[in-house]
Design a protein around this ligand. Sequence first.
Ligand code: ATR
Length: 287
Amino acid sequence: MTSTSESPPDRYAVAGNPVAHSQSPFIHAAFAAQCGHALQYERLLCPLDAFLPTIQAFAASGAKGCNVTVPFKFEAFAASRRRSPRAELAGAVNTLRFDEQGWWGDNTDGLGLLRDIEGNAQFPLKGLRVLLLGAGGAAAGVLGSLMVAKPAELVVANRSVAKAEALVQSHQAWAQAQHVRLQACALETLPDGAFDVVVNGTSASLSGAGLPVQDHVLRKGGLGVDMMYGPSAQGFLDWTRQQGGQARDGVGMLVEQAAEAFQLWRGLRPDTGPVLHALRARLSTPG
Ligand code: ATR
């Protein structure tokens, strides 16, 4: 799989709109260097109405695959000829591999989040009460994988309760197979008792709205994870600390989901620790 001196490096990209902010080129360059693979990884800005032709042209130019970010994960799902079970469950694809027999679609977001929580943060979810805030694309991408860790209970709470109900409905068979109590509710009508883990999968902070969660929802010593990072995650992280919890932004998830994509393309999983460390240093450096 590694390119030889005679063959040009394999090419990949992150496709999205916007995409200029994406840290994926940095992450994949670091993985490639670590594994001794020669590859090129670029940003692919897709016009909002032309995701598919842009990706088709990229694949036709000889590229091997791409990551897909907002707002195209549903279009990438539709464009995949074959998909992993976790992508089927999420209804969204964040990683495409351009196989000759048809594009393979996967979703590595959920496993990335799980590896960050259980591996990097050392917070095993088995038997715990977990609250997932939001029922949009971000939440849908991680719900199935969170249940693999077998929390006792998983509550999906959303501003529009009907969307939470639909998401729970589509995951109910999987929840039963994992022996997880899965339920939906509105943000204002959470079940009694504090949660061990609260995952923020809403985009409330982007519109400058207040926190999508009330005080005392997270138990002291619990874990609060925002799937975003940078200023967008700050409000939720501050809230988590005020509750006496351990706060985690989405940088770890970003690196872990990238490692899963790298493995899908290149056949080996890089060591994420040093890359996460380097990315945090890069993000804390102004400019
Ligand atoms: P993404 O791909 O980031 O998940 P999305 O699919 O538009 O984007 O979903 C955004 C999520 O954030 C939804 O769960 C949305 O709630 P609704 O389904 O009720 O729209 C949630 N969200 C956005 N703004 C919010 C706010 N001000 N308060 C609470 N939830 C909010």
